[in-house]
Write a protein that binds this ligand. Structure first.
Ligand code: NAI
Ligand code: MG
Length: 349
């Protein structure tokens, strides 16, 4: 039996961190089924050469030929480029990877704060459906509008995922916390629906509505950012609509030292794709100094999701050991190269 893994490095440092993750998966040896890596194209650079950012072959391979995938990062321009649309946003939708799960935790000895939270971000709707229009009016000149979609179906789906994750973190003496993030005070229809739908799924499982197991709370998104910085230890599992979840997870990365540490998985009911939270880091791309930990941890999360819990744990332990030893890239104040960090983790494994 083999483990077939689609590899989509895409742009920028994605091309440096995916090979790092590949080496770590290979270093696991017989602890997982023999990994078989398939390179798949996507990205802005691919678009500039071929006129499409996500070739149909990549989507088809993801649907038919691989068991799971890893994505690097895509360098989407901030200006509108005719014909271009972000391939990561498209992939999440096409494969119905409705949950983006982002654990953020501090490492003892590296960060003085005690952060141990999981951000569960809805991954397919909200403002990211990208329905934008531009018109011109007499009064305002150019007028741009964006449609924000929140559905009961997707909100309940992400709610169930959040409750499942919370329940798995509950301890007999310490219930898990679940915080619903929204802005229902202003956007009572859209955010109101999100909040109500997440709350509604509590009734589907007696464990989810049992306050000795999960304590459900909520926080308005702006004060959420404030509280997360003031008392990050107060948060456990956090569930949010797409845009808020995106912003919160970059902010949370600052609490633990670097975006280069924070992994994620895009998960649906039948497929999982690991992906570091960071982007293409154009300021350091190509220098060999990018932190590979986020991508390596994303590979570990992917394995964990597939049921290879023990090897996933071993990767995480090796990463923590190496960071504690002081083998750290520049973003963490160290001087190690990407290669040195990967080699150290490999050796541990
Ligand atoms: P970014 O995450 O690429 O970089 C932000 C800052 O963090 C930079 O100073 C960068 O050097 C640093 N950083 C990020 N990852 C790092 C790592 N692994 N090791 C060391 N330092 C790291 O965000 P930015 O600059 O806003 O976006 C750059 C490009 O990335 C844009 O084109 C954006 O569209 C794209 N992007 C893609 C994402 C994806 O593929 N899912 C997510 C976020 C941004
Ligand atoms: Mg982001």
């Amino acid at each position: 039996k083999k483990l077939r893994i689609g590899m989509i490095p895409a742009d920028g440092v994605g091309r440096e961190v995916l090979p790092a993750a590949q080496r770590i998966l290979e270093a696991l040896g017989s602890r997982i089924p023999k990994p078989e890596f398939t390179h798949l194209d996507a990205g802005f650079e691919y678009f500039t050469r071929h006129g499409e950012a996500l070739p149909q072959e990549t989507v088809a391979a993801m649907q038919n030929d691989v068991d799971c995938a890893l994505f690097g990062a895509v360098g989407s321009p901030t200006r509108k480029v005719t014909g271009y649309s972000s391939p990561i946003v498209a992939l999440r939708k096409k494969l119905n990877l409705y949950a983006n799960v982002r654990p953020v935790h501090s490492i003892n000895g590296i960060d003085p704060r005690h952060v141990d939270m999981i951000i569960v971000r809805e991954n397919t709707e909200c403002l990211y459906i990208k329905q934008e229009t531009l018109t011109t009016t007499e009064e305002n000149g150019k007028e741009a509008r964006a449609t924000r979609l929140i559905t009961e179906r997707a909100s309940k789906q992400i709610g169930r995922m959040a409750f499942r994750i919370a329940l798995a973190r509950a301890r007999p003496e310490q219930p898990a916390g679940l915080t619903i993030v929204h802005k229902s005070n202003v956007l009572s229809t859209t955010d109101g629906l999100f909040r109500e739908s997440v709350r509604a799924v509590m009734q589907e499982n007696p464990d989810w509505s049992d306050a000795s197991k999960i304590v459900v709370g909520e926080q308005i998104v702006d004060s959420m950012v404030y509280r997360m910085f003031r008392e990050p230890e107060a948060f456990d599992v956090v569930v949010a609509p797409n845009l808020y979840g995106d912003i919160l997870s970059d902010a949370a990365a600052a609490l633990v030292g670097s975006l280069g540490l924070v992994p994620s998985i895009n998960a649906g009911d039948t497929f999982v794709m690991g992906e570091p939270v960071h982007g293409t880091a154009p300021d350091i791309a190509g220098l060999g100094i990018v932190n590979p930990v986020a991508a390596i941890r994303s590979a570990a999360l992917m394995l964990d999701h597939l049921g290879y819990t023990e090897p996933a744990k071993q990767i995480e332990e090796a990463v923590v050991d190496v960071l504690k030893e002081g083998v750290r890239t520049k973003d963490l104040g160290g001087s190690a190269t990407t290669e040195e960090v990967v080699a150290a983790i490999e050796k541990r494994l």
